[in-house]
Design a protein around this ligand. Structure first.
Ligand SMILES: Cc1cc2nc3c(=O)[nH]c(=O)nc-3n(C[C@H](O)[C@H](O)[C@H](O)COP(=O)(O)O)c2cc1C
Length: 228
């Protein structure tokens, strides 16, 4: 196993956080997740996805949009290497019609060659999102963000109820991942419980990433064996 280029030694707390965000609430979660991982001595890469104009249905005159984009656009763009490098991967986007956003989905599609290589098998994956509404896709989006990890053969991490803020929260944050409920006009913002849950998720992914041994194995080789 050691001579495969995808092999990462066990015990490395390497975490990549990949985010899509327009008004900054999903970005705030990403930064809290990264901070939580760093607090557990993880090496962290915070990355963005590519956003192509036009940005339909986004109000670019909003002050929170402009403030968020000033930070967001300076982040390095995520690459396949960022996934191979990390033992823990956390990705998230704003909810779009109860699903992840198209730019994040495009990135996930782009890295399909990693699936053939089995490069992510055995790594830890977790998710985060932001919705306008309380009951309009928050948890569904988290679940859908977790599904590609399973296709990659990864191990899913959520948030246990031993995190006190998960019991206390009155809007975002769930056992399925970190989340925000911003209100339909964005005015509810991101609260302290939501940020604490995000930090707890980042810390948990870091600790788990330090325990796992990734198991890269070629999907093509498995198919050849099965055909024999
Ligand atoms: C095209 C589009 C679809 C959306 N779909 C949903 C949805 O299904 N449910 C929901 O609660 N909010 C929906 N929203 C609102 C966003 O999820 C919300 O603005 C989110 O909190 C923004 O995250 P951000 O601050 O990281 O940009 C939608 C927004 C857009 C532009």
């Amino acid at each position: 196993m050691t001579d495969t280029p995808n092999y990462q030694p066990a015990g490395q707390r390497t975490v990549t956080v990949i985010v899509d965000s327009r008004y900054g609430s999903t970005l705030a979660l990403a930064r809290a997740i990264a901070g939580g991982a760093e607090a557990e001595s993880a090496e962290v890469r915070l990355r963005r996805v590519d956003i192509q104009p036009p940005e339909f249905s986004v109000d670019d005159s909003r002050a929170d949009f402009q403030a968020a984009q000033a930070f967001y656009r300076e982040l390095p763009k995520a690459t396949a290497d960022d996934l191979v490098w990390a033992n823990g991967i956390v990705w998230g986007s704003p909810t779009r019609y109860g699903l992840m956003s198209t730019p994040l989905r495009a990135f996930i599609d782009e890295v399909a060659p990693l699936w053939r290589q089995g490069a992510l098998i055995g790594k830890v994956g977790a998710a985060f999102t932001s919705t306008g509404g309380m009951h309009s896709g928050n948890e569904m989006t988290l679940l859908s963000l977790l599904l590609p990890f399973m296709q990659h053969g990864m191990i899913l991490a959520g948030v246990p109820h031993s995190v006190p803020e998960l019991v206390a929260t009155r809007k975002g944050g769930s056992p399925y991942g970190a989340s925000v409920v911003t209100g339909f006009d964005g005015t509810l913002g991101v609260d302290e419980n939501e940020l604490a849950i995000a930090r707890a998720l980042g810390a948990r992914v870091a600790r788990l990433a330090g325990q796992i041994i990734p198991e890269p194995a070629s999907v093509d080789m498995a198919a050849a064996q099965a055909a024999r």
